[in-house]
Design a protein around this ligand. Structure first.
Ligand code: G6P
Length: 374
């Protein structure tokens, strides 16, 4: 049943729309609301014997490729906040090219939907040789990465067929948010924050259902953008990863040049590209970076940028002052979980752009679901 398209035309479309369910299965049995007086907590069975070692590590290193790397980037801020441990990011091939340092005191977290990506697997061997504790986050029970790590978390997102990863991405973010909650579980000062995130996780599938209602709106937007050569996506903070991942989807399947840009770097180059023709998506949902994003929008308006602003429901008027722009309004969730919501309209946009441009959605030219050679 998992591997037919059901009522959908393409696997990618099906996988985008089944995210409320895939997120539910990723969290099933892992979130505990506790009884009277008992606090909320997270239970990750695959990690329980190693949590103490992880908490003692000097550094947590995320390693992955493509969408899996972007998911880790989305989870990085909450991992840093709740663990109190420095978190660094490695694209697997780059770690290998540099032969970057790995230490016995490191926890290396390998993120891979398939669990078979050649570079990630080789980076795992490298980390093992250097004595790091290796954690696997995969969607494939019995995969090479699942087998060869010391411990891990299975995504349980269900089989993903579309070459462009969608439901695995959102499940990866949630799995890593749960990892952050588990590592930080003993810290009294962050208990309230953790409980708010756990409540947010319970509500998340419902909010994803809500954001999926933007399907027709994203199709209309895709019609407007069908003939464009390029699309920029600006994000920062929790949603820097959303900008990278949104651009990756557009590039991979719609075969349109697209670039995710860290908004804080706008003045260091990207601003030169801005004119009245180039479409730019700006992610400006409510979080600690909101006022900085408002100022980015104003500066893009001042250069007559053609803006599509993603904002929190009800914020359209406050994000679009001083110019005209198209707005995508999304439901608000706990800040660190907002990337799960914000990527959905961009997945839908990439999907519709692809169909309208007449390209192969599930098998984009030149790409493979799992890159098992280097
Ligand atoms: C390929 C796929 C991507 C995926 C990447 C990493 O490029 O087309 O969708 O994100 O590999 O794959 P992994 O299985 O390691 O997550």
């Amino acid at each position: 049943e998992q591997i037919n398209k059901g009522k959908y035309e393409h696997y990618m479309q099906k996988e985008i729309h089944e995210q409320p369910e895939s997120l539910t299965t990723t969290m099933r049995g892992r979130l505990i609301r506790g009884g009277l007086c008992k606090s909320k907590s997270v239970l990750l069975g695959g990690l329980k014997d190693h949590l103490k070692t992880i908490r003692r590590s000097r550094r947590i290193v995320f390693i992955g490729c493509g969408t899996s790397y972007n998911a880790a980037l989305a989870a990085r801020p909450i991992l840093e906040e709740l663990s109190g441990i420095p978190v660094t990011m490695e694209i697997a091939s780059d770690l290998l090219d540099r032969q970057g340092h790995m230490y016995r005191e490191d926890t290396a977290v390998f993120v891979s939907q398939s669990g078979e990506t050649a570079d990630t697997l080789q980076a795992l061997e490298y980390a093992q040789e250097n004595g790091a504790l290796c954690v696997g986050i995969t969607n494939t029970v019995g995969s090479a990465i699942a087998r060869n790590t010391h411990c891990g978390v299975h995504l349980n997102a269900g089989c993903e067929i579309g070459v462009a990863s969608t439901k695995a991405y959102t499940s990866q973010i949630v799995a890593m948010a749960m990892l952050a909650l588990a590592i930080g579980a003993d810290t009294i000062s962050s208990q309230e924050r953790r409980e708010a995130i756990i409540e947010g996780l319970f509500d998340l599938p419902g909010k994803v259902k809500e954001v999926l209602k933007l399907d027709q709106e994203m199709k209309d937007l895709a019609k407007l953008l069908i003939a464009e050569q390029s699309l920029l996506v600006f994000g920062r903070g929790y949603n820097y990863a959303t900008a990278l991942e949104g651009a990756l989807k557009v590039k991979e399947v719609a075969l349109m040049h697209s670039e995710g840009i860290l908004a804080g770097e706008m003045k260091h180059g990207p601003l030169a590209l801005v004119d009245e023709t180039l479409p730019i998506v700006v992610i400006a949902t409510r979080d600690a970076c909101f006022s900085k994003q408002q100022s980015v929008i104003q500066q893009l308006h001042a250069r007559k940028g053609r803006l599509i602003v993603m904002c929190t429901k009800g914020d359209a008027a406050s994000v679009c002052v001083g110019g005209s722009c198209r707005v995508i309004e999304v439901p608000q969730v706990e800040d660190c979980l907002q990337p799960v919501i914000n990527i959905v309209p961009l997945q839908l946009l990439a999907y519709h752009l692809t169909v309208l441009r007449g390209h192969n959605v599930d098998q984009p030219r030149n790409l493979a679901k799992s890159v098992t050679t280097q």
